[in-house]
Every structure is written in C-alpha cells, then in structure tokens.
Design a protein around this ligand. Structure first.
Ligand code: SAH
Length: 245
C-alpha cells in the first residue's frame, strides 16, 4: 500500500479529552496521522486522553490546535463535514464509501479535510458553509448519533479500504479551488450582487447562504473559479481583483 494520503481529520470544538485520545487511536490504526483540533479544551493532553490514545500518543501529541475552522482548512481543496443529522437542507449528502472515493480522488492534488462536530451539538451552518457535502453514516434512523471517535473510525476505515482497492483514479485536470479561494469569490460575488441591486442589504445572508450551497455543491476547481472571477470582474469592472492568469 502506498504512503498515507494527504487527509486531515478536523475536530471542531471537541469537549471531551477522552474522545480526542480515542480519535488519535482511530486514525492511527487506519494509517493516518493528521489531527487538527479547533478550540479544544485547554488541557486536552491529560490522563484521560492519553489512556484513550493508547499506542497513538504520537498522533495525540502531534495534533495541531488552531483557533478557527478556516485555519484548520488552510491549503485544502475538498472539505466534507460529518453529520449525524440526515438530509440537511441544501447540502448534498454522501455515504462513507462515496466520501472515501472523493477523498482519495482529490488528496493527490491538495489536502482533503474531514470535519467532525462537537459532541453535543454537531456541526452548525457556519461550519457547513465551508463544506461541499456532508457525510452521513447511515445508522439507526431513531438514534443515529455515534460517539465522535466511532464516527471517525468508520470514515477512516472506509478511507483505508479505498486506499487498498486503489483503482487508478484519473488525476484531476485542475485541483478543487478550496474554501479560502471560494471565500474570496463569495465576497466578490456579494459586492457585485449588492451593487446591481439584486441583493437586498436588509437581508443579505439568506441569499448568500443559498448561493454558497449551490457553488459548494458544484465542487468548483481552480480553472472554473478563475472563469467565475473573470466574469464578475468583466460584468462589474472594479468590483474585485482580477483572477490570476
Ligand atoms: N448531537 C449531535 C451529534 C454529535 S456527535 C447532532 O445531532 O448532530 C459528534 C460528531 O460525530 C458529529 O458532529 C459528526 O461529525 C459525527 N457523527 C456522529 N454520528 C454520525 C453519523 N451517523 N454520521 C456522520 N457523522 C456522525
């Protein structure tokens, strides 16, 4: 099997150190080691997390703690959010196998991120705005909320199976644009929509969220994003920086 694909496991605001240790173990057993923690509890390296990490102390200690989700996603192309809630409005949904296929297809050109929510509340709209799809583990419809590290384990297992199968996936012609570049596009688009009068400044967020969901769903690549930015600049000169040639 080839070396570990460039895949980040991102825990957004996890609250239990034991779960963080357990996630370290879950990803290491499947051959991964990139763990990102967005606002973890301050003392997350503690007897609980060390005990749950067991032989994955290196992953636990090597975890990167950051202050915001965009920071954890820096440099990433494909971003998928894991959610215990089924059929969230406007978000396409993939199952763990399809998640693994998309992740392996994209990891060769840019890092891929899988984002997991806090134990109590799961991922909110603000985090899903940065994802191109949600991954739902098809569990018992009456009780579909897995323990955080068990959800990580299932997705990590599917990634490993996909890696073992590794049929020659054709490389992408152009890597996905990724959340940081998409954010600049949304800001540019919003300026153009406001200037044109189409977007009502009294209630701007609703429309922008719907447009975000539309473009995130499309998994825009770098070439396509340059075209979109070019169109905005041509239609509304001076509305934003010209895309790089
Ligand atoms: N009560 C929360 C569940 C949080 S569980 C809610 O209703 O959303 C913590 C995290 O584990 C979730 O945010 C998600 O990332 C992951 N998770 C748990 N069950 C899952 C499932 N069935 N499918 C995908 N991810 C799941």
């Amino acid at each position: 099997m080839s070396s570990a694909p460039d895949i980040r496991f991102v825990l957004f605001e996890p609250t239990h150190p034991g779960n963080i240790g357990s996630v370290a173990r879950a990803i290491k057993t499947m051959g991964f080691d990139q763990l990102y923690l967005v606002n973890p509890p301050p003392e997350y390296i503690c007897p609980d997390s060390r005990a749950m990490a067991s032989g994955a102390q290196d992953v636990l200690h090597g975890a990167r703690a950051v202050a915001s989700l965009p920071e954890a996603l820096e440099g990433c192309g494909l971003v998928l959010g894991a959610s215990a809630r089924h059929r969230r409005i406007g978000c396409p949904e993939v199952d763990p196998r399809e998640c693994a296929r998309q992740a392996m297809e994209n990891a060769a050109s840019k890092p891929v991120a899988l984002v997991f929510g806090p134990e109590r509340s799961g991922l909110a709209n603000e985090q899903l705005d940065l994802c191109s799809a949600i991954v739902y583990i098809p569990a018992n419809p009456d009780y579909s909320s897995l323990n955080l590290s068990q959800a990580v384990q299932i997705l990590a297992y599917e990634l490993r199976q996909q890696q073992i199968l590794e049929r020659e996936l054709p490389p992408r012609e152009s890597p996905l644009a990724g959340p940081a570049a998409m954010e600049l596009f949304y800001e540019h688009f919003e300026r153009v929509l406001l200037a044109s009068g189409f977007l009502n400044p009294q209630n701007p967020r609703h429309l922008m969220r719907r447009l975000r969901r539309l473009f995130n769903r499309a998994q825009v690549d770098e070439n396509e994003l340059n075209i979109l930015r070019g169109i905005l600049s041509a239609v509304a000169p001076g509305s934003g920086p010209r895309p790089k040639p």
